[in-house]
Design a protein around this ligand. Sequence first.
Ligand code: GLY
Ligand code: MN
Ligand code: MN
Length: 433
Amino acid sequence: MKYAPIDPGLFKTNRERLAKLMPPKSLAVLNSNDMLPTNADGTMRLWQNSDLFYLSGIDQEESIFLLYPDASDEKRREILFLRESNPTLATWEGHKLTKDQAREISGIKTVLWLSDFPRVFHQLMCECDGVCLNTNEHQRAVVEVETRDARFVRDCRRRYPLHDYHRLARYMHRLRMVKSDLEIDLIKNACALTAKGFRRVLEFVKPGVTEMEIEAEYAQEFIRGGGGFAYLPIIASGKNACVLHYIDNDQVCRKGQLVLLDVGASYAHYHSDLTRTLPISGRFTRRQKEVYNAVLRVFRETIRRMVPGKLSKDLQKEAEQLTENELLELGLIKKTAVKKQDPDKPAFKQYFMHGVSHPLGLDVHDVGCTTEPMQPGWVLTCEPGIYIPEEELAVRLETDILITENGNIDLMSDVPIEAEEIEQIMNARGASE
Ligand code: GLY
Ligand code: MN
Ligand code: MN
């Protein structure tokens, strides 16, 4: 494991919270994600099922977690099923979790081998009334590839057609939206790695470096720190920054351009999400600084409004209004155009066309109840931007905000953001030309 052991109390509490939401006499089953194939006999690394990890801390393929809070046999209220090792597996793939190790990580007392699953599952299905199974209900998910959970849903419904089926995702989204202190600490670890990577890059960026060299600088910090990239990094110089999901990262950074860095680390499956925009030569031009400070004002004011009770859709509207005002000041849109605009196609959308915030946690666009008012314990990004393709110029600024009872905390407030501070750091090491 590349990360420090996690207090199993985190997973235990998560299971207790889930048990309280489940209908009486129902059980829940969660499967590890597949090791996805590449080509020929290649596979990708395991990207664990976030819900399974949330409830067990288990980071191994082919694991199954079963929760049945009302089971008559106390020992069968929480069961973890693991892949059993053998000499061949040990030779080719190395160590697999022993039952004791799995108990220690998860706090689950009953750990069985996978070969026991069909028998135990059938016995418990004969005892329970309902089954909670997992489907990907993220609003923006494109579900084409069938997961192990999805195959399990299909198989289970075929074998047991008369049980009451429930959507586990409903409960998981509700639980995962509010982060516990232990989770916040893990997100802070991810944020600290991101900050380290960014500071390294601040020292590194200068005319002539390539976007992929910048990516390598981040990788150096993230991997050394036991983490990794939370998502495909966006390292976009000049006009590339106007492509919202630019991931080619193969261009040369040129004097006079900006480079947009949307790069965050993950640590122990928890994510951070940061964007900063730097002047490649170490100094913003006047126009670049105007746009930069416009985005910075929207950023600061939007953060100020991220408080308990706020609806995400209202925050979005307010950030759009703030951006519209800035776009008028920047001369990018005209008052007359705003007055007669089609409300479904407002003028600002030409320069700011994405969401200003999303939940963050075990997934970078985390699951949650985003139609409900913000609550203490939510972690959300704040990420306004202005994209001007005709000027080959774009600025986005992003940070991660913890909502608290008394307002909010910027989890990356130590990452330089003022234009002057960025210039000062870049020039102190003699970057400018
Ligand atoms: N890095 C992806 C996002 O900002 O949402
Ligand atoms: Mn984001
Ligand atoms: Mn981002």
